[in-house]
Design a protein around this ligand. Sequence first.
Ligand code: AMP
Ligand code: MG
Length: 190
Amino acid sequence: MAGKKVIITGVPGVGKTTVINEALKKLRESGIEYQSINFGSFMFEVAKSENFVKDRDQMRTLDRAVQKKLQQQAGQAIAKISGNVLIDTHASVKTPKGYLAGLPEWVLREIMPDIIVLVETDDDQILMRRLTDETRARDKEGSRAISEHQQFNRSIAAAYAMLTGCTIKIVTNADFLLDRSSADLAEVLR
Ligand code: AMP
Ligand code: MG
Protein backbone atom coordinates (compact mmCIF):
# COMPACT_ATOMS: atom_id res chain seq x y z
CA MET A 1 0.00 0.00 0.00
CA ALA A 2 1.21 3.49 -0.81
CA GLY A 3 2.22 5.59 2.15
CA LYS A 4 0.15 8.35 3.71
CA LYS A 5 0.98 11.97 3.02
CA VAL A 6 0.03 14.21 5.89
CA ILE A 7 0.61 17.95 5.94
CA ILE A 8 0.72 19.66 9.30
CA THR A 9 0.30 23.40 9.63
CA GLY A 10 -0.19 26.08 12.26
CA VAL A 11 0.86 29.68 12.88
CA PRO A 12 4.45 30.22 14.08
CA GLY A 13 4.78 29.47 17.77
CA VAL A 14 1.70 27.23 18.07
CA GLY A 15 3.98 24.30 18.91
CA LYS A 16 3.71 22.19 15.75
CA THR A 17 7.18 20.70 16.01
CA THR A 18 6.63 19.73 19.65
CA VAL A 19 3.28 18.07 18.93
CA ILE A 20 4.77 16.23 15.93
CA ASN A 21 7.71 14.84 17.89
CA GLU A 22 5.46 13.64 20.69
CA ALA A 23 2.91 12.07 18.31
CA LEU A 24 5.63 10.25 16.36
CA LYS A 25 7.00 8.86 19.62
CA LYS A 26 3.55 7.47 20.47
CA LEU A 27 3.20 5.94 16.99
CA ARG A 28 6.64 4.33 17.12
CA GLU A 29 5.56 2.54 20.29
CA SER A 30 2.83 0.87 18.23
CA GLY A 31 5.16 0.12 15.32
CA ILE A 32 3.98 2.88 12.96
CA GLU A 33 6.73 4.83 11.26
CA TYR A 34 6.53 8.24 9.60
CA GLN A 35 9.29 10.19 8.00
CA SER A 36 9.08 13.70 9.40
CA ILE A 37 9.97 16.47 6.96
CA ASN A 38 10.23 20.20 7.47
CA PHE A 39 9.17 22.14 4.35
CA GLY A 40 10.92 25.31 5.54
CA SER A 41 14.21 23.41 5.93
CA PHE A 42 14.07 22.32 2.30
CA MET A 43 13.52 25.95 1.29
CA PHE A 44 16.20 27.20 3.65
CA GLU A 45 18.90 24.85 2.30
CA VAL A 46 18.52 26.45 -1.13
CA ALA A 47 18.01 30.00 0.16
CA LYS A 48 21.16 29.76 2.29
CA SER A 49 23.31 28.28 -0.46
CA GLU A 50 22.22 31.10 -2.80
CA ASN A 51 23.03 33.65 -0.06
CA PHE A 52 19.46 34.99 -0.03
CA VAL A 53 19.18 34.74 3.76
CA LYS A 54 21.19 33.94 6.89
CA ASP A 55 18.39 32.53 9.04
CA ARG A 56 15.13 30.76 8.24
CA ASP A 57 12.94 33.51 9.65
CA GLN A 58 14.19 35.93 6.99
CA MET A 59 12.68 33.88 4.17
CA ARG A 60 9.15 35.24 4.58
CA THR A 61 10.41 38.75 3.79
CA LEU A 62 12.04 37.74 0.49
CA ASP A 63 10.55 38.91 -2.77
CA ARG A 64 7.37 36.97 -3.50
CA ALA A 65 8.74 35.51 -6.74
CA VAL A 66 11.79 34.19 -4.88
CA GLN A 67 9.65 32.63 -2.13
CA LYS A 68 7.49 30.94 -4.75
CA LYS A 69 10.52 29.53 -6.54
CA LEU A 70 11.95 28.14 -3.29
CA GLN A 71 8.53 26.76 -2.44
CA GLN A 72 8.17 25.03 -5.79
CA GLN A 73 11.62 23.42 -5.51
CA ALA A 74 10.86 22.21 -1.99
CA GLY A 75 7.49 20.82 -3.09
CA GLN A 76 9.05 18.88 -5.95
CA ALA A 77 11.76 17.40 -3.76
CA ILE A 78 9.28 16.42 -1.04
CA ALA A 79 6.84 14.87 -3.53
CA LYS A 80 9.51 12.32 -4.46
CA ILE A 81 9.73 10.90 -0.93
CA SER A 82 7.80 7.66 -0.54
CA GLY A 83 6.29 5.89 2.46
CA ASN A 84 4.41 7.56 5.29
CA VAL A 85 5.42 11.20 5.26
CA LEU A 86 4.56 13.98 7.69
CA ILE A 87 5.27 17.44 6.31
CA ASP A 88 5.67 20.30 8.80
CA THR A 89 4.74 23.54 7.01
CA HIS A 90 2.36 26.53 6.89
CA ALA A 91 -1.15 26.88 5.45
CA SER A 92 -0.21 30.51 4.81
CA VAL A 93 2.90 32.58 5.37
CA LYS A 94 2.60 36.14 6.64
CA THR A 95 4.73 38.31 4.37
CA PRO A 96 5.08 42.13 4.35
CA LYS A 97 2.79 42.14 1.27
CA GLY A 98 0.07 39.92 2.73
CA TYR A 99 -0.62 36.22 3.17
CA LEU A 100 1.18 33.89 0.79
CA ALA A 101 -0.46 30.52 0.24
CA GLY A 102 1.78 27.85 1.75
CA LEU A 103 0.29 25.23 -0.54
CA PRO A 104 -0.58 26.82 -3.87
CA GLU A 105 -2.16 24.43 -6.34
CA TRP A 106 1.08 23.52 -8.13
CA VAL A 107 2.57 22.40 -4.82
CA LEU A 108 -0.60 20.55 -3.76
CA ARG A 109 -0.82 18.68 -7.04
CA GLU A 110 2.71 17.39 -6.54
CA ILE A 111 2.19 16.24 -2.97
CA MET A 112 -1.54 15.28 -3.06
CA PRO A 113 -1.94 15.01 0.73
CA ASP A 114 -4.41 12.59 2.33
CA ILE A 115 -4.87 14.81 5.37
CA ILE A 116 -4.09 18.40 6.30
CA VAL A 117 -3.82 19.03 10.02
CA LEU A 118 -4.30 22.51 11.48
CA VAL A 119 -2.67 22.92 14.88
CA GLU A 120 -4.36 25.76 16.75
CA THR A 121 -4.71 27.26 20.19
CA ASP A 122 -5.91 30.47 21.85
CA ASP A 123 -4.35 33.59 20.37
CA ASP A 124 -2.98 34.82 23.70
CA GLN A 125 -1.28 31.47 24.35
CA ILE A 126 0.51 31.80 21.02
CA LEU A 127 1.50 35.36 21.88
CA MET A 128 3.09 34.17 25.15
CA ARG A 129 4.88 31.27 23.45
CA ARG A 130 6.40 33.62 20.88
CA LEU A 131 7.56 36.03 23.56
CA THR A 132 9.36 33.28 25.46
CA ASP A 133 10.95 31.51 22.45
CA GLU A 134 14.54 32.74 22.27
CA THR A 135 15.56 30.30 19.54
CA ARG A 136 13.57 31.94 16.76
CA ALA A 137 12.94 35.40 15.31
CA ARG A 138 9.16 35.13 15.63
CA ASP A 139 6.96 37.97 14.37
CA LYS A 140 6.01 40.37 17.14
CA GLU A 141 2.30 40.86 16.73
CA GLY A 142 -0.75 41.25 18.89
CA SER A 143 -3.36 38.62 19.61
CA ARG A 144 -5.77 40.22 17.13
CA ALA A 145 -3.31 39.72 14.28
CA ILE A 146 -2.67 36.15 15.43
CA SER A 147 -6.42 35.56 15.45
CA GLU A 148 -6.72 36.84 11.90
CA HIS A 149 -3.91 34.55 10.77
CA GLN A 150 -5.51 31.50 12.38
CA GLN A 151 -8.85 32.35 10.77
CA PHE A 152 -7.22 32.82 7.40
CA ASN A 153 -5.54 29.43 7.73
CA ARG A 154 -8.92 27.72 8.21
CA SER A 155 -10.29 29.44 5.14
CA ILE A 156 -7.39 28.54 2.92
CA ALA A 157 -7.41 24.96 4.22
CA ALA A 158 -10.97 24.67 2.89
CA ALA A 159 -9.66 25.61 -0.55
CA TYR A 160 -6.93 22.94 -0.24
CA ALA A 161 -9.58 20.33 0.61
CA MET A 162 -11.55 21.33 -2.49
CA LEU A 163 -8.49 20.92 -4.71
CA THR A 164 -7.31 17.57 -3.37
CA GLY A 165 -10.21 15.84 -1.64
CA CYS A 166 -8.08 15.58 1.51
CA THR A 167 -9.58 15.72 4.98
CA ILE A 168 -8.90 18.63 7.33
CA LYS A 169 -8.22 17.81 10.98
CA ILE A 170 -8.06 20.51 13.63
CA VAL A 171 -5.85 19.70 16.63
CA THR A 172 -5.90 22.05 19.61
CA ASN A 173 -2.53 22.40 21.33
CA ALA A 174 -3.56 24.05 24.60
CA ASP A 175 -1.13 24.93 27.38
CA PHE A 176 -0.20 21.96 29.59
CA LEU A 177 -2.13 19.52 27.39
CA LEU A 178 0.60 18.27 25.05
CA ASP A 179 -0.33 14.71 25.86
CA ARG A 180 -3.83 15.35 24.56
CA SER A 181 -2.80 17.19 21.37
CA SER A 182 -0.14 14.62 20.48
CA ALA A 183 -2.63 11.78 21.06
CA ASP A 184 -5.12 13.56 18.76
CA LEU A 185 -2.48 13.90 16.08
CA ALA A 186 -1.31 10.31 16.48
CA GLU A 187 -4.90 9.15 16.06
CA VAL A 188 -5.29 10.66 12.57
CA LEU A 189 -1.89 9.32 11.53
CA ARG A 190 -2.77 5.69 12.35
P1 AMP B 1 9.07 27.03 10.09
O1 AMP B 1 10.35 26.53 10.62
O2 AMP B 1 8.05 25.95 9.90
O3 AMP B 1 8.51 28.18 10.86
O4 AMP B 1 9.35 27.58 8.61
C1 AMP B 1 10.34 28.55 8.40
C2 AMP B 1 10.03 29.40 7.18
O5 AMP B 1 9.96 28.57 6.01
C3 AMP B 1 8.69 30.12 7.20
O6 AMP B 1 8.73 31.31 7.95
C4 AMP B 1 8.49 30.40 5.73
O7 AMP B 1 9.24 31.51 5.31
C5 AMP B 1 9.08 29.16 5.07
N1 AMP B 1 8.05 28.18 4.71
C6 AMP B 1 7.76 27.00 5.33
N2 AMP B 1 6.78 26.34 4.68
C7 AMP B 1 6.44 27.13 3.62
C8 AMP B 1 5.49 26.99 2.56
N3 AMP B 1 4.71 25.93 2.43
N4 AMP B 1 5.42 27.99 1.65
C9 AMP B 1 6.21 29.08 1.74
N5 AMP B 1 7.11 29.26 2.71
C10 AMP B 1 7.23 28.29 3.64
MG1 MG C 1 8.49 24.49 13.73
